[in-house]
Ligand binder design. Structure first.
Ligand SMILES: [Zn+2]
Ligand SMILES: [Zn+2]
Length: 350
């Protein structure tokens, strides 16, 4: 891991102070510690976060930090070493939430249901409990004898049922022997207007069964059939329109995040701006502009009826535009004619 990657891993840039470095590391470890995070890659992320932190500390201190904050020694979430916080025992469930673009623009409330799997607290993940009474298989001796060599000798082996300690085991009831328990949760979560893909929202922990579960929500935005949010956060729409309707300045329906709206086409414009109807400039911030680009589309050219109509149109408009010398076409025609005539004049001797 190089230095740049290390800072990236911790979400910092090299100008971060030591305090910011430590705070970021603590926050990430609290999020990604496999005891608190059910994600499949939590262990790998945790290793990578610790590596990055260690790398930067080494750079800054010139040596390895050997005290209790050494990340290699910090196998437990940092909070465990701190004065107990109100939610020190809360679990954080990291999960993805997919929102439609409209929901992201306008804000929304979602009911999230899920399961948080955690180590069974009754058996500490072992799946069984040790009882006070003696193991019924070995009668408490911890060893079983098996006959060998036709009963002439005996082998003594550790008792498989108690692992050799001679105490009776019982399958753990709460987790049915699996060592893990799943707690169902259901939370209503408000997503602010302007939330974007890649944003992470933290939801404070609340009680579910015998656990305090907080949520860390990674936002994804569904692709939209009509709108695109560009890299600058500008909402855009490319809309094909009938080329003749565009030329004629007709009204058309355009989609906006709030629903269909009427917009008047203008043959001098391909790009239209609706201010305040786009994506919020920041979460909970004012709405930006919405940009509509129209793409005039004309029908196929081999339509005889259409050709005849176009012919009429060109003829009548040529009369109007070419004859009027105050108009660009009229001026152009006049200039072109003069130039053409000058080309025909015989060469003169200078
Ligand atoms: Zn259990
Ligand atoms: Zn036994």
């Amino acid at each position: 891991m190089d230095t740049q990657e290390a800072y990236q891993e911790l979400g910092l840039d090299p100008s971060a102070t030591d305090a910011q470095l430590k705070a970021s590391w603590r926050r990430l470890v609290a999020t990604w510690h496999p005891d608190r995070n059910a994600a499949a890659d939590a262990g790998r992320r945790m290793q990578s976060i610790n590596k990055a932190y260690q790398h930067i500390r080494q750079l800054r201190d010139g040596s390895l930090d050997g005290d209790a904050e050494d990340p290699e020694a910090g196998a437990a979430p940092p909070e465990a070493a701190q004065a107990p916080e109100p939610d020190a025992h809360a679990k954080t469930h990291v999960r993805k939430v997919r929102l439609s673009l409209e929901d992201a623009i306008l804000g929304c409330t979602r009911t999230l249901r899920g399961h948080f799997t955690h180590t069974c607290t009754a058996c500490l993940g072992k799946g069984q409990r040790v009882l006070a009474k003696a193991c019924s298989t070995c009668r408490g001796s911890g060893a079983v004898r098996t006959a060998a060599l036709f009963g002439w000798l005996w082998n003594e082996e550790a008792c498989a049922d108690c692992g050799g300690d001679g105490r009776q085991r019982e399958r753990c009831g709460p987790c049915e022997g699996s060592g893990e328990r799943a707690v169902a949760y259901r939370r209503q979560v408000r997503f602010p207007a302007g939330v974007r893909a890649g944003h992470v929202l933290s939801v404070p922990s609340s009680r579910h069964g015998d656990l305090d579960i907080g949520l860390e929500l990674q936002v994804e935005i569904e692709p939209h059939p009509l709108f695109v949010l560009d890299d600058e956060g500008v909402l855009r729409c490319d809309m094909p329109v009938n080329g003749y309707a565009w030329m004629a300045g007709r009204w058309v329906d355009v989609p906006t995040p709030g629903g269909l709206q009427q917009m008047r086409l203008n043959r001098d414009a391909l790009v239209y701006r609706m201010s305040g109807q786009g994506f919020p400039t920041a979460p909970r911030g004012p709405r930006g502009d919405y940009i509509i680009k129209v793409v005039p589309v004309f029908p196929a050219q081999d339509d005889a009826a259409q050709d005849a109509l176009l012919e009429q149109l060109i003829e009548s408009s040529t009369r109007a535009t070419a004859a009027d010398r105050s108009q660009p076409v009229g001026q152009w025609q006049q200039r072109m004619k003069r130039w053409n005539n000058s080309q025909k004049e015989p060469a003169r001797d200078e």
